[in-house]
Design a protein around this ligand. Structure first.
Ligand code: ARG
Length: 563
């Protein structure tokens, strides 16, 4: 049952076409507390056109309004406050959730259109940074949200597996490397060689020449260079995959930068054909003055390709392979300017999907006040953060629920969920300092808090397993149930809004809202009392469990039945 629609319809009629349905529905507000009604219509904007005081307009409107289907309509100052028919609304909402189950909130807006999502995309031979973690979890959640809106997402890990740094790494490995050492601790060792290269090349510029030569060999398909590169890539991917496994994130493709090597010549040719390339100090650039942007450097003076050259090839490839309806890039906000340039170049080339290219930026994250960095000695590894979180969750669980059977499994779900949720509940552009201990608390706006609310609902359902669950609206009489019902009814709108804004925090905040209102209900109401209203209360509990689980799923967070 769509009350917003019902309120809008009633107002359209009463206003006799003075405002369109869209104008009305965009003005409707949700009062902070239910005692002020369930939806409110402010009349200020009508005052001008009607040359009347807003209070008067509200009074007149109330008189003209068809009030059937509402408990009441109240005039408070310039506002018209609508109170829904609680029994009918509760029954309709709960029945919808219970019959649709996990499908509740699904829509077909996307008409199965392809949406490549460029996400995670860490760099080979370097530890995955917190930024890559954010890209992974934000991208993964956006993919789930897109699916829920009827799109077909394609999750692509655009690995940083190409570039002049591999010439340096090969040089360093040939000088100081050792196969056994790399096998034992791949990424750390490779970083060590790379750092040493940068230290030593200060006094030995010939190292740089050597590195350039190795990269040239690599680009020309030299066997030794290629084998080393491939090995670095493989061992790095193994470590990345451990993290993806812990997070429960999978990719459809791992088409890193190297994948586009044989597609760069065409890019250059196309740019030439369109007369877009100009020479600048020996290098080839695309002028972007028209866009108020600096020129994009496409080929260095020695003919070497760049990050953007490979990204142009990537965009072309995605365009031809998927005919996408949108192209998403989940990459940190420090690359904002870069993506403006990329989009501008693609527009100049008239690549069809350029206009639907969206950079989805996000802010910086620090853990317990410390920044993750690869160059400095102090490296906080992402794997360690996840490991610590699971350990802390396990301690908490052992203390809270010593008899729980699958403690380890649950500790993983809670520990990892705490990090993912702790990240996603923030609007993605915000920079956050992540205090791990806070995110693991069972109180406050945390993942474990939401998981726990649902586990509590599941525990109630287990205790009443022999009772028929039935959503009879007349029997949901507790006033404390009302906020929960309204929250449940909002889920389909939340799914849409999160998709429109590419903003998982909309879902995370919503999950907190459902959990909070349910906890309040639970604190006031003896749910399991064996009376005539028990089946209806259980319907509410079951619907809460369903919607929280589905919300968490959209975030990539698991929902243990017991914890
Ligand atoms: N590897 C890059 C980095 O770590 C991110 C790549 C983002 N994706 C892209 N198509 N440019 O900064």
């Amino acid at each position: 049952m769509d009350y917003k629609q019902q309120v809008t319809d009633a107002l359209v009629k009463a206003l006799d076409g003075q405002l369109t349905a869209d104008e009305i529905s965009s003005k409707l507000e949700r009062p902070k507390t239910s005692d002020k009604g369930d939806l409110a219509f402010p009349t200020f904007t009508l005052a001008k056109t009607l040359h009347q005081a807003p209070q008067q307009i509200a009074q007149d409107l109330a008189g003209k309004l068809d009030q059937t289907g509402f408990d009441k309509v109240e005039v408070v100052g310039p506002y018209l406050n609508f109170f829904f028919d609680k029994a009918a609304y509760s029954e309709a909402t709960l029945n919808t959730v219970l019959t649709q189950g996990a499908d509740y909130g699904q829509n077909q807006d996307g008409a199965n259109g392809n949406v490549p999502i460029d996400m995670s995309s860490p760099n080979i031979a370097k530890p995955m940074s917190m930024g890559h973690l954010r890209s992974t979890v934000i991208g993964n959640s956006i993919a789930e949200i897109l699916k829920k809106n009827g799109y077909h997402p394609i999750k692509d890990n655009h690995l940083g597996d190409w570039g002049t740094q591999f010439g340096k790494l090969i040089t360093a490995y040939k000088l100081w490397g050792n196969e056994e050492d790399v096998k034992k601790d791949p990424i750390n060792k490779l970083v060590e060689y790379y750092v040493r290269f940068h230290k030593e090349d200060v006094d030995k510029p010939e190292l740089d020449d050597e590195a350039r030569e190795w990269f040239r060999k690599l680009e020309n398909g030299d066997q030794e260079a290629h084998d080393l590169w491939q090995w670095f890539r493989e061992v790095s991917l193994q470590e990345f995959n451990d993290i993806y496994k812990v997070l429960g994130v999978e990719f459809d493709t791992y088409n890193g930068e190297a994948f586009y090597n044989d597609k760069l010549a065409e890019v250059v040719q196309l740019l030439k054909d369109d007369h877009l390339l100009v020479e600048s100090q020996g290098a080839q650039v695309v002028d972007l003055k028209k866009y108020d942007l600096n020129p994009a450097l496409i080929l260095k003076s020695d003919g070497a390709s760049l990050y953007i050259t490979r990204d142009i090839a990537t965009a072309l490839y995605r365009d031809r392979t998927y005919h996408p309806v949108k192209n998403l890039y989940v990459v940190g906000s420090e690359q904002m300017y870069y993506f403006k340039q990329l989009k501008a170049v693609l527009e100049e080339m008239k690549v069809p999907s350029a206009k639907d290219l969206h950079h989805i930026p996000f802010g910086l994250i620090t853990v317990d006040g410390k920044k993750l960095s690869t160059r400095s000695g102090r490296i906080i590894l992402l794997a360690d953060v996840l490991h610590d979180s699971v350990k802390m969750a396990q301690e908490e669980i052992v203390e809270k629920n010593p008899t729980l059977a699958n403690k380890e499994e649950v500790a993983k779900q809670v520990g990892v969920g705490a990090i993912v949720f702790g990240d996603l509940k923030n609007e993605r552009m915000n920079s956050i300092d992540f205090v791990l201990a806070d995110q693991l608390k069972f109180e406050g706006e945390t993942g474990p808090y939401v998981q726990y609310a649902r586990a509590r609902a599941e525990s109630i359902l287990r205790k009443a397993a022999d009772v028929n669950v039935q959503a009879n609206g007349n029997q949901i009489t507790d006033p404390e149930a009302w906020d929960t019902i309204k929250a449940l009814a909002d889920f389909p709108a939340v799914v849409r809004m999160a998709c429109d804004e590419y903003e998982p925090s909309v879902v995370a905040k919503y999950a907190i809202r459902v959990a909070k209102s349910f906890n309040k209900y639970y604190a006031h109401t003896k749910v399991l009392t064996d009376d005539a209203e028990l089946p209806a209360r259980l319907a509410l509990v079951k619907a809460v469990s369903t919607v929280i689980k589905e919300s968490l799923r959209l975030l990539g967070v698991q929902a243990p039945d017991e914890m």
